[in-house]
Ligand binder design. Structure first.
Ligand code: NAD
Length: 264
């Protein structure tokens, strides 16, 4: 039997989606026939991403510029999705990554900022979307996290800490929302080829007197599949867990990492 993702006509709000993994998720969901609302920080780039998504997929796509770190940004994004498309069936929580740094390089403001960007933005997005999902008889929530939740990454203390918090929050929430037919999962990228990862490699190359290709080749050696993932490969995994083909997977963390994580 062919697998139909059942996303046609559903409304998907994909946060932080003018670029990178969020954009790739929005693209796959739009290709699957969902109506998609995206957000990003800057109006110009959001408008460009909306135009590109419409052009490539022919789907109904809208977007709004909000800062997900602010108290009202996440709610304004959800309100925009409801205003444009009549409700929300799917929510993908995503935001930029917290800054790198070892313990003694980080002050209270860094910790507070990471809390607001990584954990509180997801809490506020979910809080905003729940009334609509409930009134529509169910929903799907996924958060883009990191393989740092399975294997902490040296030098990324804020990510290692706050994404663990997101994971605990989602696991508890998946139990609380099961009775409302809302399935909640996390999808953890390993090393996926986005502009952010290319920038991180370029910075590392500069620090070590190497070149970005050599840095990437070094990382690739640690990945069983021998290469970085592409954003679309990651997005397909997200599309499944937020689809109506997924009827029994909730409270899980799905790694999409080419085998880089050493634990089971
Ligand atoms: P990216 O930097 O390419 O994209 C981040 C997106 O978030 C952009 O669209 C940006 O406009 C938006 N954004 C950032 N801060 C925002 C804010 N305050 N309000 C609204 N929008 C905001 O990053 P990416 O590579 O696509 O990664 C997405 C997430 O996944 C990040 O949190 C990243 O740390 C995490 N991650 C990525 C990888 C990877 O391999 N790419 C691996 C592990 C974790």
């Amino acid at each position: 039997m062919a697998m139909d993702l059942g996303l046609r006509g559903k409304v998907a709000a994909v946060a932080a989606a003018n670029d990178g993994l969020g954009y790739a998720v929005a693209h796959v969901l739009a290709e699957e026939g969902a109506r998609v609302c995206i957000c990003g920080r800057r109006a110009g780039v959001v408008d460009e991403a909306v135009a590109a998504l419409r052009r490539d997929t022919g789907a109904e796509v809208s977007g709004i510029a909000v800062d997900l770190r602010t108290a009202d940004g996440p709610q304004r994004f959800i309100d925009a999705a409801v205003a444009a498309h009549g409700g929300v069936d799917v929510l993908v929580c995503n935001a930029g990554g917290p800054r790198p740094g070892a313990f003694e390089e980080l002050n209270d403001a860094d910790w507070q900022g990471a809390f607001e960007l990584t954990l509180l933005s997801a809490v506020r997005l979910i809080r905003g979307a729940l009334p609509s999902m409930r009134s529509r008889g169910g929903g799907r929530i996924a958060a883009i996290t990191s393989t740092s939740v399975r294997q902490p990454i040296p030098g990324l203390l804020l990510s290692n800490s706050l994404r663990a918090a997101v994971t605990g929050m989602l696991k508890t929430l998946s139990s609380e929302l099961a009775r409302d037919a809302i399935l909640v999962n996390a999808v953890a990228p390993g090393r996926i080829n986005t502009s952010r990862v290319r920038q991180i490699d370029a910075d590392r190359a500069q620090r070590t007197g190497s070149d970005p290709q050599a840095v990437a080749a070094d990382y690739a050696r640690a990945i069983d599949l021998g290469r970085y993932g592409e954003a679309e490969e990651f997005a397909r995994a997200v599309a499944f867990v937020v689809s109506w083909a997924n009827t029994y997977q909730t409270g899980s963390v799905v790694s999409v990492d080419g085998g880089i994580v050493r634990s089971v």
